[in-house]
Write a protein that binds this ligand. Structure first.
Ligand code: FAD
Ligand code: EPU
Length: 355
């Protein structure tokens, strides 16, 4: 553990560390520090940390940044202000009815642990979301999604602590304004709330979703005869492990960009020139392009400059081979955006949160 002076309150209940290294707290493995750093494992503790921080003349009025598992951030420099790491644990069944089970989890619970808990108990709905890194508290932030399912499909409600008003507020599905990698917490309410728990609605009887091409293929390869949530979870785990880099081996934050949405006319235009362009029709008539394909066509796949690179197996994932700085990775992402814009006239948007 790196870090300088440790500040404690008179009661030794609150511990705020100064100049704390975040290298192990972000999956890109970027070596930056937090000016101040503290962890909380309950709402009471969070309240205490904030009250203490506001009493201190040094920390008073500094920015607050909420950290989960650090798997969707790129640190481009040292973080000024107070980094608060959410470590609220606990998974409990809070209710059930004829069709559903309601599971409430603390924001600091590892996402995949929650998925495994549901699968072991035959609560269906999260199996396609297996092996996504990060914690429960961040799952609504960008409405995590994979293999044909999004968080909104299993979401019931969440509790969040308002940083200014210091009170808990409950958000329903409608309040969250979920979209593709979007929520109200990334937009209108950015930096205002700390999500402390999320309640999910799971199904007692599974509705299997194997529509995402590669799942059917993988189930066949696994020799699965009877579909189950366990088998789907394992298929998703196998597919993910075969192409996505493991952050404990190579630093990364998953897809660096969103898959862009364009209109049908532009899609046809691109298709005239590049017959094998990869796109999926959306309900609104637009087309979602595979950003990985666009980036690969521009020649970036497997590219490496210093320790910053574009992954060999998945061009949508930028990687840190060891000692890249966040700025170097950011600069690489800017070059990629510019070249995709030049070649296809399509603007890529970063999916990872730039800090
Ligand atoms: P962090 O990176 O710690 O935080 C992300 C953002 O949320 C930050 O802005 C932070 O301030 C905010 N935040 C975190 N916790 C809270 C809280 N409790 N309250 C308020 N704000 C908070 N994502 C997908 O959607 N689908 C995928 O398939 C997928 N695959 C991935 C594969 C790999 C190998 C990796 C490394 C990442 C992948 N991701 C994927 C991205 C990432 O796993 C998710 O975005 C995840 O939800 C981030 O969780 P976290 O706890 O690490 O969040
Ligand atoms: N492709 C290429 N070259 C590449 C990568 C992809 O041509 O280097 C093409 C292939 O044709 C492939 C298609 O793109 O069939 C789609 O690729 P993949 O199935 O790997 O999915 P993706 O669109 O690249 C999205 C999500 C992932 C999620 C997967 C599975 C985004 C931004 N990314 O990736 O989420 O796991 O689908 O559902 O929507 C994340 O958000 O961090 C993430 C990993």
């Amino acid at each position: 553990m790196a870090g300088g002076r440790i500040i404690t309150t008179a009661h030794h209940k609150t511990m705020i560390k100064e100049n704390f290294s975040l290298k192990k707290y972000n999956t890109f493995g970027i070596d930056c520090t937090a000016q101040y750093f503290a962890e909380f494992n309950s709402v009471e503790k969070l309240r205490e940390q904030l009250e203490y921080a506001q009493l201190s003349t040094v920390i008073y009025q500094l920015k607050t940044f909420i950290l989960g598992g650090g798997s969707n951030i790129l640190l481009t420099g040292d973080v000024e202000g107070l980094v608060l790491k959410n470590d609220i644990k606990g998974i409990e069944k809070v209710a059930d009815d004829a069709n559903s089970v309601f599971i409430k989890a603390g924001a600091g619970v590892q996402w995949h642990k929650l998925v495994l808990y549901c699968i072991q108990n035959n609560f269906a709905g999260m199996e396609n979301l297996s092996l996504i890194p990060g914690n429960v508290g961040a799952s609504p932030m960008q409405n995590i999604g994979a293999y044909g399912v999004e968080l909104k499909d299993v979401f019931y409600e969440l509790e969040a602590f308002h940083l200014q008003e210091k009170k808990l507020v409950t958000f329903s599905l409608n309040d969250c304004h979920f979209g593709y990698r979007e929520s109200v917490f990334k937009r209108q309410l950015k930096n205002q709330f700390v999500i402390t728990s999320v309640t999910y609605r799971l199904n007692k009887v599974p509705h299997f979703n194997t529509s995402y091409g590669a799942i059917e293929q993988e189930l066949q390869a696994m020799g699965v005869r009877e579909l189950s949530i366990q088998a789907i979870s394992q298929a998703v785990i196998n597919i993910r492990s075969s192409k996505l880099p493991d952050p404990s081996v190579i630093g990364n934050a998953g897809s660096f960009f969103k898959n862009p949405e364009i209109d049908q006319q532009q899609f046809e235009h691109i298709k005239e020139i590049y017959a094998n362009v990869v796109g999926y029709a959306l309900d609104n008539g637009n087309v979602k392009l595979a950003a990985g394909w666009l980036i690969e066509q521009c020649g970036w796949k497997g590219y490496r400059k210093g320790d910053a690179g574009c992954h060999v197996k998945q061009a949508l994932v930028l990687v840190n081979y060891g000692n890249a700085s966040g700025q170097e990775i950011f600069d690489l992402s800017s070059e990629i955006i510019a070249s995709v814009q030049r070649k296809f006239e399509v603007m890529l948007e970063r999916e990872v949160n730039i800090i």
